[in-house]
Design a binder for this molecule. Structure first.
Ligand code: ADP
Ligand code: MG
Length: 139
């Protein structure tokens, strides 16, 4: 297993409900390391670019509106097998289907407003980290 980096976003719903600390506690509790962190409100163009792979999906407009409605917390996480491990810490996309103790089970509201984002593969992690932390060296 290799040390990896992955991109995490605490989405507007979780930030609005004061769950930044709760999400970070689950991340750190799982042994993942926060390597970089910034808080910002995404522009439509930033959200559209970030989620470009989903642009043909029927929920794309809704997703962009949601992700831009209030601030998010963007983090680069590091650890052994971090990409898959963080997906486990988040739980299923639909909070109703997410396992107990996961971020989405605990803090998500529905399949759209599901509290967090995590990269799904090495290539997307590299793109997403570079997107929000340009110049950040990827180990
Ligand atoms: P994940 O975030 O688990 O990787 P996807 O990549 O499939 O899930 O979708 C990206 C994001 O789009 C989801 O996290 C969620 O916010 C939103 N989304 C996914 N499916 C739906 C849906 N059916 N209706 C509304 N929003 C959705
Ligand atoms: Mg995804």
């Amino acid at each position: 297993m290799a040390t990896e980096r992955t991109l995490s976003i605490i989405k507007p719903d979780a930030v609005e409900k004061n769950h930044i600390g709760g999400v970070v506690a689950l991340i750190e509790g799982a042994g993942l390391k926060v390597k970089a962190m910034r808080m910002t409100q995404l522009t439509k163009a930033q959200a559209q670019g970030f989620y470009a792979v989903h642009k043909e999906r029927p929920f794309f407009g809704e997703l962009v509106d949601f992700m831009t409605r209030s601030p998010v917390v963007i983090m680069c996480l590091e650890g052994e097998n971090a990409i898959a491990r963080y997906r486990d810490v988040m739980g299923a996309t639909d909070p109703k289907k997410a396992a107990e103790g996961t971020i989405r089970k605990q803090f998500g509201s529905n399949i759209g407003e599901n509290a967090s984002h995590g990269s799904d593969a090495k290539e997307t992690a590299a793109f997403e980290i570079g997107y929000f932390f340009p110049g950040f060296e990827i180990g």
